[in-house]
Design a protein around this ligand. Structure first.
Ligand code: NDP
Length: 289
């Protein structure tokens, strides 16, 4: 039976660290890290995410602002808000909750966020820095994955890592981070042939697909480390991951549960990135003086 990777516990540790550093930063410089979350429309899952992020900020004493805009908000209005937040000295991190309504161009919006406040790490400048190996902000979910692996002392170097999913938010950056830590990385997607043959090679398997219990027992080898990013809601309201936890956990050496695995880490790393951004802003100010 696999060891369960306790994302809730590790996230609490990260939050504690952040809270201590926030306090220290305030004492030493008077600066309080600030996060602005922007939500457009009524997507119920997005509303829960934004609420959870606000609560997490409160826990670690990060200042937070929340902007809830109606579904029909014109793109120009959203752009003006982002420009205002880009200039606001109280705000060090800007988070635009995805998905955005159809009539708003997501790429344009994400590029409008100042790369210095892009704590999700989605701006092309930050993507470039990440690929180069000099990240300014590591996207929160992949960052959380690496932190979990490190916490449990799971070796990455030289291991076969297979990432299923190639989104810009999870799959691609997770693959890059594993590559920088010297894993041999394979990225799979909906057009991968013989997926099972590929996933069975994995020492570390990251599932970021968005399909309930998609990874079955016969798709993994004995002692695999399984990181399940998926969050899928069943008709009865229950949350399950992309991995058939019950059966895969019999073969795995380590596995993340859903809920309580990667999810809490994503929020913790968002707080971490906001703190880093506030620290970076001080360095930048000293430099320009
Ligand atoms: P996307 O829908 O953007 O990407 C899904 C990826 O899975 C795509 O690359 C797609 O391939 C691939 N895929 C879909 N079907 C198959 C298949 N049959 N075989 C192989 N690959 C397949 O999702 P995200 O990356 O944004 O999110 C993935 C999951 O993680 C979701 O459940 C989401 O809710 C969850 N999530 C959880 C977070 C957390 O904090 N725990 C944070 C972010 C996301 P292709 O590119 O070819 O279409």
């Amino acid at each position: 039976m696999a060891n369960i990777i306790d994302g809730k516990k590790v996230a609490e540790e990260v939050k504690k660290e952040v809270a201590q550093e926030v306090k220290k930063l305030k004492e030493e410089t008077g600066i309080v890290p600030g996060l602005a979350a922007v939500l457009v429309g009524n997507n119920p899952a997005s509303q829960i995410y934004v609420r959870n992020k606000r609560r997490a900020c409160e826990e670690v004493h990060i200042y937070s602002e929340e902007y809830r805009l109606p579904e029909e908000t014109p793109e120009s209005e959203l752009l003006s808000l982002i420009e205002r937040l880009n200039r606001d000295n109280k705000i060090h991190g800007i988070l635009v909750q995805l998905p955005l309504p159809e009539h708003i161009n997501e790429t344009r919006i994400l590029r409008a966020v100042s790369p210095l406040k892009d704590i999700d790490g989605f701006h092309p400048e930050n993507v470039g820095l990440l690929v180069e190996g000099n990240p300014r902000f590591i996207p929160c979910t992949p960052h959380g994955i690496i932190r979990l692996l490190e916490h449990y002392g799971i070796e990455i170097q030289g291991k076969e890592a297979v990432v299923v999913g190639r989104s810009n938010i999870v799959g691609k950056p997770a693959a890059i981070l594993l590559l920088h830590r010297h894993a041999t990385v394979t990225v799979c997607h909906s057009r991968t042939r013989e997926l099972k043959e590929v996933t069975r090679r994995a020492d570390i398997l990251v599932a970021a697909i968005g399909r309930e219990r998609f990874i079955k027992e016969d798709m993994v080898k004995e002692n695999v480390v399984v990181i399940d990013v998926g969050i899928n809601r069943l008709p009865d309201g229950k949350l399950v991951g992309d991995v058939d936890f019950e059966n895969v956990s019999r073969k795995a050496s380590y596995i993340t549960p859903v809920p309580g695995g990667v999810g809490p880490m994503t929020i913790a790393m968002l707080l971490w990135n906001t703190l880093q951004s506030a620290k970076n802003s001080i360095k930048a100010e000293n430099y320009t003086r």
